[in-house]
Structure formats: structure tokens, C-alpha cells
Ligand binder design. Sequence first.
Ligand code: NAD
Length: 356
Amino acid sequence: MSQSIFDQMKDMGHEQVVFCHDPHSGLNAIIAIHNTTLGPALGGTRLWNYNTHEEGIVDALRLSRGMTYKAAISSLNLGGGKAVIIANPAQKSEALWRRYGKFVNSLNGKYITAEDVNTSARDMEYIALETKHVTGVPEYMGGSGDPSPFTAYGVYIGMKASAKKAWGNDSLVGKKVLVQGCGHVGQYLVGHLVKEGAKVLVTDIDAAKIKQTVEAHRGVEVVDGKNLFDNEIDIYAPCALGATLNDESISKLKARVVAGAANNQLADENVHGPLLISKGILYAPDFLINAGGLINVAAELETYNAERVRGNVEKIYDRTLEIFALSEQENIHTQAAAMRIAEKRLADIAAVKARL
Ligand code: NAD
């Protein structure tokens, strides 16, 4: 990391970053609060075995910024935040989660947590023993459970809108879709795609996840992760980690559409957003189409109603088409178009709040 943490916070517009350490449970966590203009910062906790602490910091900063945009474009009254725990999944324990819950609680609701990669509704249950500032908790504790089905549904809806733009018809029947990452979201997404009649290719670094997916969905083809971008496909759906759209992958990518769940798919939005356009690849902005889970956990903070959540997730279809239209009209890449809409809402509400 060449820049200091404060320079990075300044460049990306962060309000607060909290470092949490507990020697007893082995907890090392970073809570990044990007922007609370619209409300408390809500975003999941990712548990990942980062190679260095710096990698974890960068991930927390990038992910929390994405959450600000996600909430803003989804008309939610929430700010952007995200946390990472630097650990191996085998290190998960009740003590680690409860200690982490105490740290979340110490922020008095400025940050509200939920699930992300390698964290589950069961883990949220432990956090909920120490703080009320947690969502995605199991139904039997009054929550709405795993948000992933709603995330996957939103991605599917956004993918259909992208198909409409790319091919003039939103049917995915016969379309070759490569799903990278068969975790919580990826598996539900595969379900929607198979049901509609798409030809689904899957890959994952975890053989158990591949097995689960293949057993649950007939006709799914497994592809090797090594030469992933050599596959002739119509749609690439990144559903693992971020930054898979980079110089190397884009130079090989043979898809017309990219629409997936992963956060921060563009390694560098200023470089790779325009690069995708120049290659004729339509990119559905990640924070726009993967907002279903956030829309769902946000509803947990009010009177939860799954049908209303579903209706709100379906709004992703029209919003995606609006973003594509704005991108064409203003001659900007699609991520920039989505950011412009989100930034306008943030500026408008900041101005409202500044007045008596
Ligand atoms: P998950 O941990 O359940 O699944 C991720 C999967 O990706 C795992 O099966 C993992 O083995 C696989 N994976 C990791 N690296 C890989 C690689 N290089 N190639 C292939 N597979 C790889 O996580 P999830 O909840 O399904 O989330 C997936 C992505 O979607 C993440 O980027 C997450 O931030 C994002 N997202 C999730 C939600 C949600 O509701 N869960 C909401 C919005 C965004």
C-alpha cells in the first residue's frame, strides 16, 4: 500500500475507519464507514484470509464505498459501510462473533452489519447476542434470514434487463451464461437461469460448492477456472470476489453482457468501464443489480414484508434500462452513469439536511 490510510480515506471520501483487535478470540476486523448522508451505514461483514492486512483495508474501503452507491441508487435511506474480518473460515467461533458484535455495538448504530462472503445467518445470530445493530439474522430471531435469494433474484432481473438492451428481448432461453462462484448468491442465480432455460456454465475454487450446484440443478456444465475467459459465452456473471474485470480478463472475454453479484467487479472503474464499452460489452453496474440483499435487510429495520421486498427488487429492471439509456445519451460508461444518479441523490439529500 503506497498511500497512507488517511490519504486513501480522503481520496475515496470515507468518514471513519475502525480497527478492532481481540487477542483472546483472535479477532482482527476493520469496519469502514464511507458515508452516512442518507442514514446509518449498512453493509455486510466479509471474512477472508487476506494475504496482508493492507489487502483487507483496501477491500473494506472499496466495499464500503460501493455500499454508499448501492443504497443511494436503490432509494434506501441508508449510508455505506462494510467490514472485513481477516481470518480463515476455520477460525470462526462464538467468541469471535460475539466480540465482533461488541465492537459493532460500540458504534451506537452508526454501522449496521449483515452477511457477506464466508458469513452466514448463523454467524449473525451470535452477533445479535451483543448488538441490535445487525440484520440478516434468522427468522426465528425476528429477522429475515439469508439475504442471498433476494440478491440473486435482483441479479437475474438485472441480467434480463441487460439482455433486453443487448438483444432486444429479455429472454435468457438458450443464452450461454457463465456463473463464476457457486456460493450463497451464485447457487440461487443458477436456479433462476436453469428454470428459464439458459445454458449454464459454472466454476468455483471449492469442489464442494460445484458438487452442490451440479446435484441441485440438472444440465449445468462445469468449466475449469484456469482458462475461464476462453469460453464462448453470451453472459458473464461474476459471483465470487471483485476485480475480475481487469486488463487481462477483458482482453479475452467473449461475452456480450456482464451481469453478476460480486461487488467491485471493475478493477479500476475509470479504466475498465470504458474498456468494456470499447469492446462492445454491456456491463450492468454491480452495485445496481446486486442490491436485492440490501433492499431485503433494510426492510428488516422496518415492518418486514417479503412481498414488498420482492416488488422493490423488481424495480432493478427499469433502473438498469434507465442507466443504459443515460450511458448512451451522455456518452459515459454504464458504471459512471449509475454513479452519477447515486451522487445526485446524495448531493440533493445533503442539501436538504443542511437547511433548517
Ligand atoms: P459466498 O462466500 O457464499 O460465495 C462465494 C463463492 O465464490 C464461494 O463458493 C467461493 O468458493 C467462490 N470463489 C471465491 N473465489 C473464487 C474464484 N477465484 N473463482 C471461482 N469461485 C471463487 O458469497 P456470496 O454471499 O454468494 O457473495 C458472492 C459475491 O456477491 C461477493 O462478492 C459478495 O460481496 C457479493 N454480494 C453478495 C450479497 C449477498 O446477499 N450474499 C449481496 C450483494 C453482493
